[in-house]
Design a protein around this ligand. Structure first.
Ligand SMILES: [Zn+2]
Length: 300
């Protein structure tokens, strides 16, 4: 046996891209949409829910997603029916994937979108008369503030604590109090009333710069834990949407852990590659990323 030849053959085999999933072929710069469609396709239970619901109400986007998903199970798929349904006319314009993430969920049947839907309870307490006011509202995404810190790394856990921690509304931000019949200083805060099956977090990397009169991007690295504890609930990371470059000319891709075979994959438009070693796994310290933009956690 020619050992050198066998060695070369093994090297060649190992260098092949092994993938069990297909990419999305689309015109223009719709990577912001492709990465969202792939994370939905790879979300446990969502594909099935879309298939169950797509015949019930033809006005929802479920029918289009269902067709796309069944195409993706066999081959590289095209997105033009979905782009059309979403009203995207200029496929060369770069858009925000978080905006399209929410847009799709709003166009889904309530049953299909239910697993990604949570509810927040907002509370404010008037600091003059101590009267409390509540309101509730649903959410698809929790937006977390990130900051470029000179001496420490941002972390999702810290940003989440800051999100739920009460803050004082004063000055121009005073809140109208019914009892006092005037704007008063208040303590405002919120808590999760209903925890979603899939919790999606947004790292607010784009912010309006008053001096430059345009949106700028925060490129800081953020510590993303593999497991998140929210009250008594445990959430496990299974998908990350990454953003590279700047707002106008950037690129989106997605890292997703397959619920079918437990491998991580990198979805980059029409190219899908298995990722080894995985970007995040149980027991490890989590990952640090300056590209992570949307994070998705599955409830255990
Ligand atoms: Zn009051």
């Amino acid at each position: 046996m020619n050992h050198k030849l066998v060695g070369m053959f093994i090297d060649k085999l190992e260098s092949f891209t092994i993938s069990d999933y297909y990419g999305l072929n689309s015109l223009g710069m719709t990577c912001y949409l492709n990465s969202v469609l792939q994370v939905f396709f790879m979300t446990d239970g969502f594909r099935e829910a879309v298939n169950r619901c797509c015949c019930q109400d033809p006005t929802t986007i479920d029918l289009f997603l269902g067709r796309l998903f069944s195409g993706l199970q066999k081959n590289v798929a095209q997105t033009h029916d979905v782009t059309k349904r979403l009203g995207i006319t200029d496929v060369y314009e770069q858009r925000d994937s978080a905006e399209y993430f929410e847009k799709i969920l709003c166009l889904n049947s309530p049953e299909a979108a239910q697993m990604l839907k949570g509810e927040l309870k907002h509370q404010n307490t008037c600091l003059t008369c101590q009267e409390r006011n509540h309101s509730t509202g649903f959410f698809w995404i929790l937006p977390l503030a990130v900051e470029e810190l000179a001496d420490q790394t941002c972390s999702v856990e810290k940003a989440l604590r800051a999100f739920f921690k009460g803050e004082k509304a004063c000055g121009d931000n005073k809140i109208y109090c019914k009892c006092c019949d005037s704007k008063q200083e208040a303590e405002i805060g919120c808590e999760i009333k209903q925890r979603p099956e899939v919790l999606t977090l947004l790292l607010k990397r784009f912010r309006f710069d008053d001096k430059q009169r345009c949106y700028t991007k925060l490129r800081c690295s953020v510590d993303v834990p593999h497991i998140l504890h929210i009250e008594s609930c445990k959430y496990v990371l299974y998908a990350l949407l990454n953003h590279f470059g700047d707002l106008k000319g950037g690129h989106y891709t997605a890292h997703v852990k397959s619920y079918e075979n437990k491998w991580w994959y990198h979805f980059n438009d029409d190219v899908v590659k298995r990722v080894d070693p995985p970007p995040s796994e149980p027991g490890a310290e989590g990952l640090r990323s300056c590209f992570a933009y949307l994070l998705m956690y599955q409830k255990c």
